[in-house]
Design a protein around this ligand. Sequence first.
Ligand code: AQP
Length: 335
Amino acid sequence: MARPRVLSGIQPTADSFHLGNYLGAVRQWIALQDSHDAFYMVVDLHALTVHPSAPELRRRSRVAAAQLFACGLDPERSSVFVQSHVREHSELAWILICQTGMGEAGRMTQFKDKSAKAGENAAGVGLFTYPILQAADILLYQADQVPVGADQKQHLELTRDLAQRFNTRYGPTFTVPSAFILKEVEKITDLQDPTAKMSKSSSSPQGILDVLEQPGPLRKKVMRAVTDTGSEVVADEENKPGITNLLRIQSAITGTPIPELEARYAGQGYGTFKKEVAEAIVELFEPIRERTEKLLGDEAELDRMLAIGAAKARAVAAETMEKVRANVGFLPTAG
Ligand code: AQP
């Protein structure tokens, strides 16, 4: 029987992924590559919404790809590629834009948050249509599941609505996908503002833990993480969001259940606990950083690995688009 298909993407919008991206998404991607037919991409078209310079986008796209391979994605077991290498993403996005209501797109909370931050007149149309391009990314590959963090739930709902609407209007065309979200790591929060998600674009440098960061600054940031009044290491989302976030991180990295961690640190105060969380993060990130640097040292090889993924992705995308073009009523090209 065919394995279920899984697809996800990450934006090359910074010089490193952060711990939230890793635990909330990339780690699941790696785990799923054996049981699923896996497609993972660096979504450079999406990154254009924040206007990087051309050299910046090129550098960040390569760094993002190198990190994915360094984290454990295998070009033989997964299709790892860059979104702009498959032209069908933009074509399908336009067709889906024509199926989307203004109110529906305007309700997306990520758009509302990001445009509010940019200022009313600074927010671009790209930011507004971003979730529709994301729907195209997913539907193009007929994905069954999409492993993401909690911040993407609403976009996944829109994708499902668009797939169902399209199928009703034009006949069965798309698989209706579902989100694959691990509750324990669905929202890793900012170290300085433990109620907000850790984010490439909105966390302060002290609030974010970058995968490619050196051990020194990583340790310092964890030790300076905002904690809560009291001294007990116990999970309590409401009253101790900072400690709860660190417990979640420690548990996800070491595989130790939170109650066991609470028992281990009972009566020891925050210091020992934070030190051990910092060590777990340093140990996790160090080999990834080293492998990323090595991969970035041979750009030709990195590009070759991405070309393998793009070829596999193009084959699937072309098949879906052929069906979509016929179903919406575009004339076949002669010859
Ligand atoms: N804090 C987080 N906790 C859990 N999962 C997270 N993800 C992001 N932040 C957290 C998940 O990582 C994947 C890739 O994210 P993205 O790069 O496509 O964009 P994003 O969700 O918008 O992440 P950022 O860091 O906030 O990026 P910017 O600031 O560029 O928008 C997604 O699956 C996401 O859920």
